[in-house]
Write a protein that binds this ligand. Structure first.
Ligand code: TPP
Length: 619
């Protein structure tokens, strides 16, 4: 059936039985490709039937479809003229793992970070009205993404504006792992009161057929009756109280039923509509159904067994989690906070060992930071583990709620630097720049596992204000020897030298070491310093000032944006001296997806390319 689909219009021509066959084909295609490329398997398998029902009933060029995060949209991609390229998913120069307006005219909005879809869909709806264009915007949002504060801001606004837009909640009871929070309990409760909702939907149908002049009065009376009597039997529907028409819960794998509901919406309903669809994460692939958390997002896997093809080594996340467990065993005031990333940030063991000191706040980075502020002001020591890219969400909270009040919180920024196949929305390449300018913040950058542990120990004792420790995705490098203790604003001279200094920042120290050796082989007359700064803030000004009389050239290497990053800071430090500073890092543009090596090659910052450039500089 999939072979028959060249454009989404072809989906409209299919019968119900053919659509069901199509769903099977699409799922097979998702599994076959992601087994090679990796990706968000379970979310996309779960949303396959929704994508098909939407394409059957709506026109994605007229009715703009906004997927939240975009990780549920593989079926949509396949059915919107991207089947042939689907093998290139998440590969260098291939399809993005999320929706991207530069990739396809069918992607109404670029996504990757959660909870943006309702806001964007509302904006699209209002723009359509201003311009007199046809069609409705549709946001498809998971129950996890719905926990993000932005979703509520958008519901609040949409309920007020009363424009014709649709929000489809894809409720699978899962975020990356089991969803958490009062909202999830509420949604589950709604499933229990299914008969009540079915009756209510019948009443809706009935009322829609009444003459216009009495329709409103009937609705108002029904609401009053409902509030007085039915509330005691079934939960209040928050979404209705916010001004949406609520339809559901609906089985998200029952294509004909979803088609009937969408038909009803198209022909009968106006204003903001909230469709509550219930799905199974990983639907149609037993391994993904059984282990939806692992199949949320994973690397290449064996289709038959569901086992991952590549074994993971010990990651920096794991080093962080293990060290924090050790620290917490000695200090009951240590608290760990994650925003829906317990496994990803390495906190799963901590959560088991210290359940009272562990908080998964759902996809709510802003709240995570201010919640930590409240804890800290009362003498608790919070470690807030957030991916570098997601802390962008909580920028004002870091400044206003934490730094301004000198609260001793530790921000553990995982996935700093280039992350690879998740691409532009997920690279953690801005944190050094956006944090550098915040007064009173300490910024630490470990270059290996032992250093990360030592920095965490240091941070646990530090009481003067907030600290950021940023570390990369992937396997940790071990020195296999303990390091000297961490001193504020003091770096480590890895090799003494003269004339030239190479400074490797965090993960880039691995490249700096290679470059150091390569340079010594290729230019034996050069004997550079190799320096690990450990701190961006405060800088090791003693060492750097000393260098002014010892070197003529400083090379900095980092996996952060060059603007405002480490190199820029060093350049400014040497601006009143004769020392020339050359910086290698992320240029002023968004970097797409691919392996980290491919991306570094594209940018021109592989160790080989950097060595070549340094040689030409020195010559
Ligand atoms: C701001 C932000 N924080 C965290 C994430 C990481 N993340 C990606 S998907 C996801 C869970 C989404 O759950 P849900 O919306 O229910 O979709 P499902 O995966 O269950 O299909 C999370 C936490 C993100 N993309 N954006």
């Amino acid at each position: 059936m999939l072979e028959k689909i060249n454009t989404p219009k072809d989906v409209k021509k299919l019968s119900i039985a053919q659509l069901q066959e199509l769903a099977e084909d699409v799922r097979k295609r998702i599994i076959q490709v992601t087994a090679e490329t990796g990706g968000h398997v379970a979310p996309s398998l779960g949303a396959t039937d929704i994508a098909i029902a939407i394409l059957k009933m709506f026109d994605p060029l007229e009715d703009r479809i906004v997927w939240d995060v975009g990780h549920q949209s593989y079926a949509y991609k396949i059915l919107t003229e991207r089947n042939e390229k689907f093998e290139t998913l998440r590969q260098f120069n291939g399809l993005s793992g999320f929706n991207n307006i530069f990739e396809s005219k069918y992607d109404a909005y670029g996504v990757g970070h959660a909870s943006t879809s309702i806001s964007a869909a509302l904006g699209i709806t209002v723009a359509k009205e201003i311009k007199g264009e046809k069609g409705r915007a549709i946001a498809i949002i998971g129950d996890g993404a719905l926990t993000g504060g932005m979703s509520f801001e958008a519901l609040n606004h949409a309920g007020h504006l009363q424009k014709d837009m649709i929000v489809i909640l894809n409720d699978n009871n899962f975020s990356i792992s089991k969803n958490v929070g009062a909202l999830q309990s509420y949604l589950t409760n709604m499933l229990v009161s299914r008969p009540y909702n079915a009756t209510k939907n019948l009443i809706y149908d009935f009322v829609q057929h009444l003459p216009h002049r009495i329709r409103r009065r009937v609705i108002l009376s029904a609401r009053a009756l409902e509030e007085n009597m039915i509330n005691s039997l079934a939960p209040n529907i928050i979404f209705e109280d916010l001004g949406f028409k609520y339809l559901g819960p609906i089985d998200g794998h029952d294509i004909p039923r979803m088609i009937r509901i969408f038909h009803k919406i198209k022909t009968n309903l106006t204003g903001p509509i909230f469709v509550h669809i219930v799905t199974q994460k990983g639907k149609g692939y037993e391994h993904a159904e059984d282990d939806a958390a692992r199949f949320h997002g994973l690397g290449p896997y064996e289709i038959k067994t569901g086992k991952s093809k590549k074994k993971k080594g010990e990651t920096y996340s794991k080093v962080f989690g293990n060290t924090l467990c050790k620290i917490a065993a000695k200090n009951k005031n240590i608290v760990a906070i994650t925003a829906a990333m317990t496994d990803g940030t390495g906190l799963a063991d901590f959560a088991k060992k210290f359940p009272d000191n562990f908080f998964d706040v759902a996809i709510a980075e802003q709240h995570a930071v201010s919640f930590a502020g409240g804890l800290a002001v009362q003498g608790i020591k919070p470690f807030v583990a957030i991916y570098s890219t997601f802390l962008q969400r909580a920028y004002d909270q870091v400044i206003h709620d934490i730094a301004l009040q000198k609260l001793p919180i530790v921000f553990c920024l995982d996935r700093a630097g280039l992350v690879g196949d998740d691409g532009a929305t997920h690279h953690g390449v801005f944190d050094l720049s956006y944090l550098n300018l915040i007064p009173g913040l300490l910024i630490l950058i470990p270059t290996n596992a032992e250093e990360l542990s030592a920095m965490l120990e240091f941070a646990a004792e530090y009481k003067e204000g907030p600290i950021v420790i940023r570390y990369p995705r992937g396997c940790a490098k071990y020195l296999d020897k303990p390091i000297q203790s961490i001193e504020i604003g003091k770096g480590e001279v890895v090799h003494e030298g003269k004339d030239v200094a190479i400074i490797g920042v965090g993960k880039a120290m691995e490249d700096a070491e290679f470059i150091y050796q390569d340079l010594k082989t290729k230019l034996p007359e050069v004997n550079p310093y190799l320096f690990n700064p450990r701190f961006l803030k405060p800088l090791d000004t003693n060492f750097l000032d000393d260098l002014k009389s010892k070197v003529h050239t400083v090379i900095t290497i980092e996996d952060n944006a060059l603007i405002g990053g480490f190199g820029a800071t060093i350049k400014s430090h040497f601006s009143n001296s004769d020392v020339k500073v050359y910086s290698f890092g992320i240029p002023d543009k968004f970097i797409e997806h691919g392996t980290v090596d491919q991306l570094k090659d594209m940018i021109g910052i592989t160790p080989e390319k950097i060595t070549k450039e340094i040689i030409s500089i020195l010559k």
